[in-house]
Design a protein around this ligand. Structure first.
Ligand SMILES: [Zn+2]
Ligand SMILES: [Zn+2]
Length: 388
């Protein structure tokens, strides 16, 4: 297989696919046009294609020889962001944008499927292409419940994210925790409202809320194991409406993220601290935690395979294996809880090209020039794992 040559021949199609997906972003669970394009494309290749949920697509490529089953995953959803890039192929759907790079993921995966299908006879084993809806709202679990991992059951699953936190053309890969678990909390504190001039006759829940916020800071300095990355963010703090009225309630909402396995312990300790503060202030409270994503914990052997492949395909200087982990969540974790797997980042940041903006920013863009290398990396991983 002269992979570089094959990819070069398909690069115009790769870019065209990416720009078409970019022009037509669709929000999670409503990726109807996107799913149709993927389904038709895989059907045209002659794969065994089926839907999983309304907009999830699974394409199965059976190789000419027996072997293991490898699953490659791409997410397909966009975000509720108004695009401000000014690109000639900017979003045509008002208020929606591919601001995370999933347009790139899909186009890469379709071209990977095309290349591997052309080599079907040489492939020992099966390659499953999984196109997952609704990643931004943790849709992986729904897809798994709908049978995404059952037919056929993969031996290994690989995931990749184009990444504007890394320089263009490099990859980031580490064994163990790479993306954080995230739990969202809502704390409603109830006191007793009344006159601003008689605080002693009232119970001001805002005073209590501020103290809870301070307890979160104390958690970091007093309680947290510094070797276990943990972030506690309050993103919403609401209480009261008038300067002379003490309100009945105040609300704090935020997230607790852990890049380690002791996340339950963290939540339990925070709940104890909240309980103690609320008792001190004679307030009652309701605390809810909702799981956003679980910890994405890379299988060490598979992470090593990705690192080695990165060195072979891109060169050792392009493989970053330090300070790669992030406190952002990724629902790919739900797959790796069931199947051995690993996730890596492919850098797309190039300031000169304006591809250095944060994910989910309205100016986010990917460096298209790296997409052929991403294809090469993905095909090479399939070759390495299955052995052809
Ligand atoms: Zn995202
Ligand atoms: Zn994303």
């Amino acid at each position: 297989m002269d992979l570089k040559k094959e990819i070069a021949a398909l690069t115009p199609e790769l870019i065209e696919l990416r720009r078409d997906f970019h022009r037509h972003p669709e929000i999670g669970k409503q990726e109807f046009r996107t799913a149709q394009i993927i389904e038709d494309y895989l059907n045209n290749l002659g794969l065994d294609v089926h839907r999983c949920l309304e907009t999830g697509i699974i394409g199965v490529l059976k190789g000419g020889r027996p072997g293991k089953t490898l699953m490659l995953r791409s997410d397909i959803d966009a975000l509720p962001v108004e695009e401000m890039t000014g690109l000639p192929f900017a979003s045509e759907n008002p208020g929606l944008m591919h601001a995370c790079g999933h347009d790139g993921h899909m186009s890469v995966m379709l071209i990977v499927a095309k290349i591997l299908t052309a080599h079907r006879d040489e492939i020992p084993g099966t390659i499953v292409f999984l196109f997952q809806p609704n990643e931004e709202d943790a849709g992986a679990e729904d897809m798994i419940q709908a049978g995404a991992l059952d037919n056929p059951k993969p031996d290994v699953i690989l995931g990749m994210h184009l990444w504007s936190y890394l320089p263009s053309g490099s990859i980031g890969i580490i064994p163990g925790p790479i993306m954080a678990s995230s739990y969202y909390f809502k704390l409603t504190i109830t006191g007793q409202g009344g006159h601003g001039g008689a605080p002693h006759a009232c119970i001001n829940p805002i005073d209590c809320g501020v103290h809870v916020w301070q307890a979160f800071q104390a958690y970091h300095t007093l309680e947290n194991n510094s070797l276990h990355p943990t972030t506690i963010t309050v993103g919403k703090f609401q209480g009261g409406q008038y300067n002379i009225v003490i309100p009945d309630t105040c609300v704090l909402e935020g997230s607790v993220r852990c890049l380690h396995n002791d996340d339950e312990q963290v939540r339990n300790r925070l709940a104890e601290m909240i309980d103690g503060v609320c008792k001190t202030y004679r307030c009652t409270y309701e605390l809810e935690f909702k799981c956003g994503n679980t910890l994405l914990d890379n299988d060490p052997q598979i992470a090593e395979m990705i690192r080695e492949t990165g060195v072979e395909v891109l060169g050792a200087d392009k493989v970053i294996s330090k300070d790669v982990g992030v406190m952002i969540g990724e629902d790919f974790a739900e797959f790796t809880r069931r199947v051995p797997g690993a996730f890596y980042f492919f850098g797309v940041a190039d300031e000169a090209k304006g591809t250095h903006y944060e994910h989910h920013n309205n100016r986010f863009n990917i460096d298209e020039d790296v997409l052929p290398s991403v294809v090469e990396m993905q095909v090479s991983l399939a070759k390495k794992y299955l052995g052809f």
